[in-house]
Design a protein around this ligand. Structure first.
Ligand SMILES: Nc1ncnc2c1ncn2[C@@H]1O[C@H](COP(=O)(O)OP(=O)(O)OP(=O)(O)O)[C@@H](O)[C@H]1O
Ligand SMILES: [Mg+2]
Length: 253
């Protein structure tokens, strides 16, 4: 076994000890810029608001956006038990962005897998009911590494797509990967559907082989939320309804 692999498997068993009782929700898509990070953040906040213990892992090591979305700019501190995740409305957040801030971190291949393993295993998550993972675009190292690290836990996934054929085609690959890895894809999120009904993903969901479609509209309030001008609780009622439906489904297992 190579040194990197040996190290990875040690970190994996540490990570499993830390998150052993959590249910893992992977928010992915394959396609970039479709709203994965917004969905991950809102789902984590809604879960926490229902009194569950939630961790949010930002698995996007190059483009981490969870700290920006939630307006968290503290730097992670380290204690005897490992990194202390930053808490926002009771959600425990871990992101490489909270360690490196605005520094560019050149990482590739095994090193990227190592970072995910390290973030999961070194974080003092405490007792978690749910671990929401914001996946980066693509089906590369970070995604594969997250799958290896959480193998054996209860895992479900949401696939995020816009109604564009371009996004749907890529999302199909993501859904196939999840199936191969025995992750239950509970639905596809139709992000940015238009309220006049001209752009919808219905029909295409069937093509993806996913039975449930959750709809989240384009909501200008999302940017105000990111900029800290409004609370997530003041997003449009259609947006909040969509998030609640997703969480209802997630917690039904
Ligand atoms: N429903 C929405 N209404 C309005 N704006 C949205 C909505 N969803 C996402 N956005 C905006 O679209 C942009 C991309 O969202 P986000 O960062 O969540 O996508 P992503 O899929 O995580 O991207 P990446 O692939 O880079 O990780 C953000 O600027 C976000 O504010
Ligand atoms: Mg993202």
């Amino acid at each position: 076994m190579s040194e990197d692999l040996k190290q990875f498997s040690i970190l994996r068993s540490e990570a499993l000890k830390r998150i052993d009782s959590s249910k893992v929700f992977l928010v992915g898509s394959g396609k970039g810029g479709v709203g994965k990070s917004i969905v991950s953040s809102l789902v984590a906040l809604e879960l926490a608001s229902r009194g569950t213990k939630v961790g949010l892992l930002d698995a996007d090591v190059h483009g981490s956006s969870v700290p920006t979305i939630l307006g968290v700019n503290k730097v992670i501190s380290v204690g005897r038990m490992g990194f202390h995740p930053i808490e926002f409305e009771s959600v425990k957040i871990m992101s490489l962005g909270l360690i490196t801030e605005d520094e560019v971190v050149p990482l590739r291949g095994e090193r990227k897998s190592g970072v995910i393993a390290w973030l999961l295993s070194m974080t003092n998550w405490g007792d978690l009911d749910y671990l929401v993972v914001d996946l980066p675009p693509g089906t590369g190292d970070e995604v594969l590494s997250t799958l290896r690290l959480t193998d054996g836990l209860v895992r479900r996934s949401l696939a995020v797509s816009t109604p564009s054929a371009v996004a749907i085609r890529v999302a199909r690959k993501y859904v196939s990967l999840m199936r191969e890895e025995k992750v239950d894809v509970i639905g596809v999120i139709n992000m940015a559907y238009s309220l006049d009904g001209t752009s919808s993903l219905f029909g295409e969901a069937e093509d993806l082989g996913v039975s449930k479609v959750f709809r989240l509209p384009i909501d200008p309030g999302v940017e105000e939320f990111i900029r800290g001008v409004r609370s997530w609780r003041d997003l449009s009622s259609d947006m909040l309804k969509g998030v609640r439906e997703i969480v209802d489904e997630l917690i039904s297992i």
